[in-house]
Structure formats: C-alpha cells, structure tokens
Write a protein that binds this ligand. Structure first.
Ligand code: MN
Length: 203
C-alpha cells in the first residue's frame, strides 16, 4: 500500500485562533508528509509488509522485520498519529462531551474536570516530544502519554483522543508555553469523533 497524507476536512485557518494557520500548513503539508514519505520508502522493498494497513503494522511491531521496524514505528506512528489528530480536532468544537463517552469519563476518570486536568498534565509532563492520549484499555478509559511517535495501539490500547506535544505542533504560536497550548486545545476537541471512536473501541 502506498500511504498518503489525508486531506484536511476543514480549512488551514479553521482552528484559529487556537491553532494558527501557519502551524497547520507546516504541520500537515510538511511534517505529516515527511512521515508518509519515509514510511513508504521503508516499506518499498518489502513485498509482504507493504500490503498491510498502518493499524496492522503498529499493532504488532514485533512482527515487522528488524531492518525496518524502527522506521515503521517512528514514521508509521507519525503517519497514524497525525491522521487521527486531524480528525480529533474540528472548527466550532470543544466544550464538553456528551453521550456514552461523557458517562465513561464520569465513571472511569472522576468527571470532566478531573479528566481535563489529567489530560493536560499528561501532555505537560511528557518530557521532550510525544503525545497525550485518552484511550480505551480493557474496556475502561485511561489517560496516558507516549514518547516520540509511539501510538497506544502498540500497547493494546485504543486511542480515542490525542494531542501532539511535539514543539512543531505549537511553537510558532505558543513558543515554550506548552501549558497554554494544551489549555487552548480543549477549544478544538471534536467530541463527536471521540464518541464515535469510543463506541467502536467498545464493540
Ligand atoms: Mn506533529
């Protein structure tokens, strides 16, 4: 399979003022594209693995030949993480979740405010580059972080919300203020998408 950067479902400036247009352009068109290019070239010569989906590759990294495992983990992870990320945000979004995921946040995480604090701290305390996630693990919600471009599916957990805390995700607008970026991220969370991913993960 030749992987491609998916088209954004909204304009580059649609997440303003929380996520700025310039960051979106560079992040989507340059950073994500670079992960895709490097993933494709890593898989190019491998007849067996080039036909697998990105989910299949990342779910079982140990099955990937050692010669390309690091490339699949890093660039494949980068491709998958960003593909999820663009959908996890939306214009005129944010606010509070509703539906099943809201009930699960109450039950498993002690409510929306507790979740918010946990999620923010998870992003804040991820040393260096990485991601903070809301995941479904053994049927329950958990907040975790991963380094670099690791995705929770490689640990058997299903991501339903994630925030990129690599500096490229926020530096142009927020510089060193990762906390402020994380606060503003709550204004663009696409809870409808989170709910869909939650219901799918629970099936
Ligand atoms: Mn990124």
């Amino acid at each position: 399979m030749v992987f491609e950067v998916p088209k954004l479902r909204y304009d580059y400036n649609a997440l303003e003022p929380y996520i700025d247009e310039k960051t979106m352009r560079i992040h989507h068109d340059k950073h994500h594209a670079a992960y895709v290019d490097k993933l494709n070239s890593a898989l190019e010569g491998n007849a067996e693995f080039r036909h697998k989906t990105i989910e299949a590759l990342l779910t079982d990294l140990n099955a990937v030949p050692e010669a390309i495992r690091a490339a699949v983990r890093n660039h494949g992870g980068g491709h998958y993480n960003h593909t999820l990320f663009w959908e996890m945000m939306a214009p005129k979004a944010g606010g509070k979740p509703s539906g099943e995921v809201a009930l699960a946040i109450e039950k498993d995480l002690g409510g929306f405010d507790a979740f918010k604090e946990k999620f923010k701290n998870s992003g804040l305390n991820q040393f260096g580059s990485g991601w903070a996630w809301l995941v479904v693990s053994k049927g329950k919600l958990e907040v975790i972080s991963t380094p670099n471009q690791d995705n929770p599916i490689s640990q058997g957990k299903v991501p339903i919300l994630g925030v990129d805390v690599w500096e490229h995700a926020y530096y142009l607008k927020y510089q060193n203020k990762r906390a402020e970026y994380l606060d503003q991220f709550f204004n663009v969370i696409n809870w409808k998408n989170v709910e869909e991913l939650y219901l799918k993960a629970k099936m």
